[in-house]
Design a protein. Sequence first.
Length: 334
Amino acid sequence: MEKFSKLFRRSPLIATVTSVTSDRYLEVNELFERTTGWMRADVIGRTTAEVEIWNHTQRTDIIRQLEAGATVRNVETEARLRSGEVRAGLGSGELLEIGGDRCLLWLVTDVTVGTRALAALRESEERFRLFANAAPVMLWMSGPDKRCTQFNQPWLAFTGRPIEAEPGDGWADGVHPDDLTRCLDTYNTAFDQRKPFRMEYRLRRHDGEYRWVLDTGVPVSAANGDFTGYIGSAIDVTEQKQAQAVLSDLSRRLIDAQEQERAWIASELHDDIAQRIVSLTMQLHLFNRELTNARAPRSSVSCAISFPISQEASRRFRAACIRQSSNSSVSRRR
């Protein structure tokens, strides 16, 4: 009994022993005193109704379950401290025989911090859910294991799938087969490196049409710096890609037209210059022939221009000019 008493007093759990018959406190441990603010001398011999720490109705129900042979473990409960603060706990009970008196051994783990954190998380998640569902884009979240956990209403409306079908890797069922491998590789690589990513892939819409979406994801960390997963957004960019394709085709056509125009202008300029050269050559040749036929003394022509061209050279030059003129005409008709 002495050994049990020492273990009881130093237990890491809040521990109390009360009489089932009289409902009075028989023993409390040190953690009970530190947690509740009630000293042992203040509660021993007093009833649980007089010292309102535990819910009296819950205690009665627990005793009834134990007497019926049931096991009571990790029951959610509350304790009202001497200061008036209410703390949350998980309680477990056992019936004992002490000096012929049936007693309730009640052990409680204080889970107030965890419970408050969970409540805050649930509140935060609820706020996120309200915000996400009101957002004009598709939103998703994933945990540290790469598996997606949440999708907002716009995502579900776009895919036409129930929320139960999307978590984990379910969302990938809607990705176009030709894009799936690239999509998952991009996601996994960024995830492993904890880096943001952007990727485009085709996602099946509720009507069965595959639409191009731009998906952007960023890593998320908790207040203490621990990596908690990713959050991302996706927008339909099908119209933009179609517009880009039209502009690209138009640009290509304009470039081709400009090249054809430059080629035509160059051809026209070449033909025009060739014609001018032939015309000038013919005029010079005629002028030279007129000077030769005139047989005028060279001294009598004070400003005459002499063209010392032999008959053979003149013949060859005329033939070359005629060929050039003929080629230019043929080129222009083509």
